[in-house]
Design a protein around this ligand. Sequence first.
Ligand SMILES: NC(=O)N[C@@H](CC(=O)O)C(=O)O
Ligand SMILES: [Zn+2]
Ligand SMILES: [Zn+2]
Length: 343
Amino acid sequence: MTTLTITRPDDWHLHLRDGEQLQDTVRDASRYLGRALVMPNLVPPVTTTELANQYRERILAVRPEGSRFEPVMSLYLTDKTDPDEIRKGRTSGDIVACKLYPAGATTNSDSGVTDVKNIYPVLAAMQETGTLLLVHGEVTDSRIDIFDREKVFLETVLPDVVRDFPDLKIVLEHITTEHAVNFVEQAGDNVAATITAHHLLFNRNHMLVGGIRPHYYCLPILKRNTHQAALVRAATSGSKKFFLGTDSAPHFQHRKEAACGCAGAYTSHAAIELYAEVFEEAGALDKLEAFASHNGPDFYGLPRNPDTITLVKESWTVDAILPLGGDQLVPIRAGEDIGWMVK
Ligand SMILES: NC(=O)N[C@@H](CC(=O)O)C(=O)O
Ligand SMILES: [Zn+2]
Ligand SMILES: [Zn+2]
């Protein structure tokens, strides 16, 4: 039996949602994660330390018995975010990062930032306090093709931010292109990226060949296979600039299997197992620990988890549907097998 023991992983990009959905998302997150950076795109968004603290309490309240899973909280930036709110969040100790959603770029981003220049005083406060900037890196200009939106963001928006805030720690979230890999590799040590399991496993053919498959639809959208290959190379390279962020984003089945379906893929039920498949396929299982458990906390300036988990090479079948707040969702790999299991 093949086993793999690694430092306990963290997920640096996770959507736990709220209300009745929380018990289901937190149960999956608690399976083996030490921590998760909890995304603030609730409705209404988590824009203040007070809202983040309340949200954190709601998450902790539904942790399964005995779980030590720790949510790490972030704030949602808007055109109106007050720089003092950043200082408050940092000194009160709990806010380690803020999320930049270009207005309209993705699920629940309507209150996002309309022009990055509007938040320059906020970015200055973040740089000063060591608060990380997490970026959904896509432009929203309707004239730009959806498959080019990440690339254009990297050409037209992010270079200014990197130049104007040389000490700001920036995480380019859920990268999907070779352009993003190159951008991050060429930037200084203050720039890193998260990579999802689904962008490593799939490309746009999985979503569009032989019928349109809404459960593969997420943002940034799956790209062509050459980009997928670049992501696998980056994740399995051993570079400290790339780390695990699932972007597991639950939506009800009926909201995805619809004429206008929601963006988001759910992988929390099997995330580390899916990453293990990718790393094994790439002949790089020895690099999984750095990607899943070391690079993230090192970049965030937080301690690595003190204990380990063990993965066993044993096949199991994913349920066709999973519960979500009294309704249901269709997870990635629904009804299919996965080759690794958490012991
Ligand atoms: N990734 C997605 O397609 N959706 C995310 C939002 C996001 O991370 O962009 C969601 O909240 O559903
Ligand atoms: Zn996003
Ligand atoms: Zn996300």
